[in-house]
Design a protein. Structure first.
Length: 426
RNA sequence: GCGGUUGUAGCUCAGUUGGUUAGAGCGCCAGGUUGUGGCCCUGGAGGUCGUGGGUUCGAGCCCCAUCAUCCGCCCCA
């Protein structure tokens, strides 16, 4: 009998998984932290479908990008429409923002999302065909202070998780006013040695010259060493914005580097672009990437609205934490484990459990009808702080033996006393 | 799309120049304690050696193919 397995590049998340990025308790903990910090900064959740019209991504991300040209899961619906499993989170969030007229609320709309992202790529460490992103989008402000706040929120998340040693890289990729001049300058600079560059960069030279700077090919890097810097071509508006953004970041106490080579893989970015990397992650070192996209809402058919956001790969965060052995605290799944002795007690077990649960105490028992020794083993393995032991003696006296597993100490108490004391501790 | 790695018990792996019934640790189950977990001791269950073909008297080991896995390039979270 052939066994089924999760498709290449996908993974399950399940209780007790050894790999942190597959462990339910750790996922739950991280998601809670994301939600708390998002709420703390005024962001509210938006949930969008996993499938979207294919055109949404070709329009937003750009026809020439790798994502659109070769990494999308695209299929035809029975009705004949072309649908795509979302390969990124910003375009769907903005589609929802426009479709539901969220902009009509006025002010700045702050949205966050947590959900799966699909890209057809060759899996490797930290890269999956289905991964999960936490992302935020702030729509309606062109104030550079919000650029700094967005970066700061990402950094706050990592700090909260105990992830240090991070490198934050910032850049300005300009705007439609100044980009053409820079693009032309870069093309003229590279023209004499196009033929000496890697095949990829020769392609980029024609299709998307800015991406040439992103090449990791050592030969390309050497050839492009003296390449013109965007900062010398940037228009006054973009320069002012970039300076204010950096000043605000500095004022918050954030450490960052200016990386004039930082060019992100989506066509929609304007002005601010940033990336947060971890040196502990291996080849796929980017934990978070984002930037400003002042023309995108309009491009997608909404009112002219500036925006900025980021996406953060949750699997990569978990992998980085695992490598540093920084395990987030997770509460034990159970508080009490009931151990019964004999037929009479066994038949009472479920009723006792129910009383605990109705009082809000997570409790369980061993349903296999096994020996006390086996039940105690199960209690220990469950990590519940307390074992409640019930036998004929306890049934007669109306109380239970409360064993504190960590110390081995035992006392007698009625179930109500145990409940009152346990709830008092929370 | 390209390059490399590894596939033996639930997990991590060992298996000498191809040679009888394929091993260890951990985990699991049970007993040692007919009312007590974690430590210790004893025992037990569990494997078509990824799959298919080939070479050979004989293949976990050699050859071919295939599937899967992980890692790197590319790209990105």
């Amino acid at each position: 009998m052939a066994k089924f397995q999760a498709p290449k590049g996908t993974h399950d998340v399940y209780p007790g998984a050894r790999k942190w990025h597959e462990n339910t308790a750790l996922w739950n903990r991280l998601e809670t932290i994301f939600r708390e910090l998002a709420a703390l900064h005024g962001y509210q959740e938006v949930r969008t479908p996993v499938i979207e019209p294919t055109g949404l991504f070709t329009r937003a991300v750009g026809e020439g990008t790798d994502i659109v040209s070769k990494e999308m899961y695209t299929f035809e619906s029975k009705g004949g429409d072309s649908l795509t499993l979302r390969p990124e989170g910003t375009a769907p969030a903005l589609r929802a923002y426009i479709e539901n007229s969220i902009y009509a609320e006025g002010g700045v709309a702050k949205l966050f999302y947590i959900g799966p992202i699909f890209r057809y790529e060759r899996p490797q460490e930290g890269r999956f065909r289905q991964h999960t992103q936490f992302g935020i989008e702030a729509l309606g402000s062109r104030d550079p202070r919000i650029d700094a706040e967005v970066v700061w929120l990402a950094l706050s998340i990592y700090r909260r998780l105990g992830l240090d040693r991070l490198v934050t890289k910032v850049n300005s990729v300009g705007c439609p006013n100044c980009r053409p001049a820079y693009r032309d300058a870069l093309v003229e600079f590279a023209r004499p040695f196009v033929g000496q560059m890697s095949a990829d960069n020769q392609r980029r030279f024609n299709e998307n010259p800015l991406r040439m700077l992103d090449s990791k090919d050592p030969g390309d890097q050497k050839l492009l060493e003296g390449a013109p810097s965007y900062i010398d071509y940037i228009c006054d508006e973009c320069r002012t914005h970039f300076e204010a953004f950096k000043a605000n970041l500095t004022a918050l106490g954030a450490q960052y580097e200016i990386d004039s080579r930082l060019v992100r893989g989506f066509d929609y970015y304007t002005k601010t672009a940033f990336e947060i990397q971890s040196p502990d992650l291996g080849a796929q070192s980017t934990l978070c990437g984002g930037g400003r996209y002042d023309g995108l809402v309009e491009e997608l058919g909404g009112p002219s609205t500036p925006g900025i956001g980021f996406g953060l790969g949750i699997e990569r965060v978990l992998i980085a934490l695992e490598k540093l052995n920084r395990r987030p605290d997770t509460a034990p799944p159970l508080t009490a484990f009931i151990v019964t002795l004999g037929e009479n007690a066994a038949s009472q077990g479920l009723a006792l459990l129910t009383r605990l649960r109705e009082a809000g105490i997570a409790a369980d028992m061993d349903y296999a009808g096994r020996s006390m020794k086996a039940q105690m083993r199960a209690a220990g393995k469950s990590a519940a702080p307390y074992a409640l032991i019930v036998g004929d003696d306890e049934l007669a006296s109306g109380d239970v033996v409360v064993k504190t597993m960590a110390t081995g100490e035992q006392t007698k108490a009625t179930l109500d006393e145990f409940i009152a004391k346990t709830i008092g501790q929370e």
